[in-house]
Design a protein around this ligand. Structure first.
Ligand code: ASP
Length: 306
């Protein structure tokens, strides 16, 4: 019985020209820790759903990545986080949007899936579920990082000058994971602070099932990162599953087509990690890089940036 796990830390990669060896090492270490947490669940025969939540929780806790602690700021200086999970056997899903409080928004998404009859919750009731579930809640200071704050100021300045930032590290981020457990069940989880200087109340693709997050045992599980509006309009994640189901494409063919032929020409910079029912993994991106990693019962953990 085999298992596989793939993760991403966003396509908002620091440009190679601006990367230092120390920063690069820190990103690789963060990704490796997340792989380890998810693999531990899978190795013990645990559920794909719990593995992806474990990996994403580690990335949320790491201020280097744009999710949980270290989330980017909205144009009015707040942090609003989105997250989702989906399980491929039952096609149950849970999602939360625009929250600030739960240390691990992905765990709230799982609680919404498991404890309510709904798929997506926003607002105070979403936080009530977090409290009822006993999830850790944090105040605003916990989520603050100077780097993200500076990125907001820089973005607002460029905007005031009528320019949009072209540095992808300033535009994007998000973390996610997909897994296949020893039973052959697939799951996906994604969590994000969204895009720097987004409008208050803006919701990206991450919590939209079928756009940024999707899992279906017959085809694949997908977690996306990139320009959320475009991923929503092209229904990115579910479209990969549809191409496999109806056009009988392989996972790699379907994912490559969406990332390079559909999203890229339509201002949809970004990428995704995806896994099929046989445990094959693909991690395409059309941006300068994407923090990512993969591990399976047959292969040691590997992490990549560019
Ligand atoms: N997709 C996320 C969003 O639009 C951001 C990202 O992945 O970079 O909210």
């Amino acid at each position: 019985m085999t298992y596989s796990l793939a993760i991403h830390g966003g396509a908002g990669t620091i440009l190679k020209s601006l990367m230092t060896p120390e920063r690069e090492a820190a990103f690789h270490a963060g990704l490796a820790r997340a792989l380890m947490a998810g693999e531990e669940v899978l190795r013990d025969g645990g559920l794909a759903l719990d593995a992806v939540v474990a990996s994403v929780s580690v990335l949320e806790d790491d201020p280097l990545f744009n999710a949980g602690r270290g989330a980017v700021f909205t144009s009015n200086g707040e942090q609003e986080m989105d997250a989702a999970v989906m399980e491929g056997q039952t096609r149950k899903a849970g999602a939360v949007a625009g929250v600030c409080g739960p240390r691990n928004p992905v765990q709230l998404a799982r609680a919404i899936m498991q404890r309510t009859e709904h798929v997506m919750l926003i607002g105070p009731n979403a936080l009530d579920i977090a409290r009822a579930e006993g999830l850790a809640l944090e105040d605003k200071h916990y989520f603050f990082t100077q780097t993200r704050w500076d990125a907001l100021q820089e973005t607002l300045k460029l905007r005031a000058e009528g320019k949009e930032p072209d540095d992808p590290a300033r535009r994007h981020g998000t973390v996610g994971a997909v897994a296949r457990d020893v039973r052959g069940t697939l799951a996906a989880a994604t969590s994000t602070g969204g895009m720097t200087a987004k409008a208050p109340g803006r919701v990206g693709d991450t919590p939209v099932i079928g756009a940024g997050t999707f899992a279906d045992n017959d085809t694949c599980a997908v977690s996306c990162t990139g320009h959320g509006e475009v991923f929503i309009r092209w229904n990115a994640a579910a479209e990969i599953a549809a191409r496999m189901r109806y056009a009988h494409e392989t996972l790699q063919q379907a994912a490559d087509h969406i990332v390079h032929t559909v999203l890229a020409p339509n201002d949809g910079s970004g990428g995704l990690v995806a896994i099929d029912r046989d445990g094959n993994v693909t991690m395409p991106f059309n941006s300068p890089g994407m923090y990512r990693g993969v591990v399976s019962s047959q292969a040691k953990a590997e992490t990549f940036i560019f």
